[in-house]
Design a protein around this ligand. Structure first.
Ligand code: HEC
Length: 259
């Protein structure tokens, strides 16, 4: 203990002050000076360094180390501290238990990352064992819209069946993204009635999205895990082109063309 007669601040308290001071310092610098909250992961990283550094400094000499742990040692060993010991050894596990319980509560907040709903598509992609060039890919059935309207209606109807059997669970029977599963999904299934979805897209882009699904999305689109299935595993190429006809027909939208 201190020999100079004055009562000094216990080193354990000093260590705690340094660590908490650094903690609030970081929060203040970010919040007040930089004007935004410090990300939790960054704060955690900084604090690991602060704690490691402070511990090194505080235990640099053997005396210093002994002085640092003296209050803890006393608490554990000193018979006169029985009450304090019992209080601490009951409260600590309770606090830790409460913390674990609280951190297990689900959060309903959306992730902070921005997600681009229509990511830049790859120039080429693989589906059905072939490599496709997005620019050149066309819906083989689109031409019948003008050439053979009766045949086109039949194809749209077949596409409608593909949709009702496979897609409405998520995208809804009115194509409004409100299928029975939709409430449980994040990101939510897209609403094809909205001008912001298929009306903005070429059929080849839609083909790419349907065949390769959520796992086919490039990185910038997928900080969240999309539940959109990889339909090339369940449907034929023809079925996908037909369901695309149906999507545009039912919503009364026209696919975007490259021109
Ligand atoms: C399990 C739920 C689920 C099913 C079933 C499902 N989808 Fe999706 N779909 C999603 C989700 C979620 C998104 C939005 C996230 C994304 O873009 O991957 C999406 C996105 C899409 C997109 C992208 C649209 C755009 O504007 O970028 C298309 C096209 C699409 N789905 C078509 C279909 C078709 C066609 C079917 C049926 C063959 C289908 N989906 C079945 C969940 C589903």
């Amino acid at each position: 203990m201190s020999t100079d007669g004055k009562r000094r601040v216990p080193r354990l308290l000093l260590l705690a002050l340094v660590v908490f001071g650094a903690y609030f310092g970081f929060v203040l610098v970010f919040d007040v000076l930089l004007g935004h909250l410090i990300p939790k992961s960054l704060l955690t990283m900084y604090m690991v360094f602060v704690v490691a550094g402070a511990l090194m400094a505080f235990t640099f000499t053997e005396d210093g180390a002994r002085e640092l742990v003296a209050p803890i040692k006393a608490l554990v060993e000193d018979p006169r501290r029985k009450i304090a010991r019992n209080v601490v050894f009951t409260a600590l596990p309770l606090l830790a238990g409460y913390y674990a319980y609280a951190s297990l509560q689900p959060s309903y907040e959306a992730p902070v990352e921005l997600r681009s709903i229509h990511p830049a598509p790859p120039a080429r992609f693989k589906a059905f064992g072939k490599s496709h060039e997005l620019q050149k890919l066309e819906n083989p059935y689109r031409k019948f819209e003008k050439e053979d309207p009766a045949k086109f209606r039949a194809l749209v109807r077949e596409g409608g069946e593909v949709y009702i059997r496979n897609c409405q669970y998520c995208h809804g029977d009115k194509l409004d993204g409100k299928g029975p599963y939709a409430a449980g999904l994040n990101p939510t299934p897209l609403n094809f009635q909205d001008v912001g979805t298929i009306a903005q897209l070429q059929e080849s882009f839609v083909f790419w999205r349907i065949s390769t699904g959520g796992p086919g999305l490039p990185k910038e689109a997928a900080p969240w895990i999309s539940s959109m299935p990889v339909w090339q595993d369940f449907l034929t190429e023809d079925e996908i082109w037909k369901v695309i006809l149906f999507l545009y027909d039912y919503t009364g939208r026209a696919p975007r063309s490259w021109e």
